[in-house]
Design a protein around this ligand. Sequence first.
Ligand code: CA
Length: 129
Amino acid sequence: MVATRLLVVEDEPDIAEVLQFNLERAGFSVAVERRGDTALEAIRRRPPDLVILDLMLPGLDGLELARLLKRDPATSGLPLVMLTAKGEELDRIVGLELGADDYVTKPFSPRELAVRVRTVLRRSAPAQA
Ligand code: CA
């Protein structure tokens, strides 16, 4: 069994570390990218099973990164879970239009995030569930 590979794109080291720790404990294989542009390169090089995407990122912001992924047939089916700060309703709506599969609002419960990740994976790949 190969572990499901998640890519966390988050520039705040504390949050990235909490995400990685909890998602690895939940059984996922987790890589972290701190910038939007390097994340895009990493995804194109080797697409993960799901991307957890922060919105405010250096290099390329989360919405632009999502737009580029959805536009490219090679990555358009890649499940996306977006991290938003409380009250960023506009970003949430734009993100939904861009095809985000789910949202987690900061501050979030790591356990809730793991559950949401599993749900999105199940929905996007029913044959593997
Ligand atoms: Ca950020």
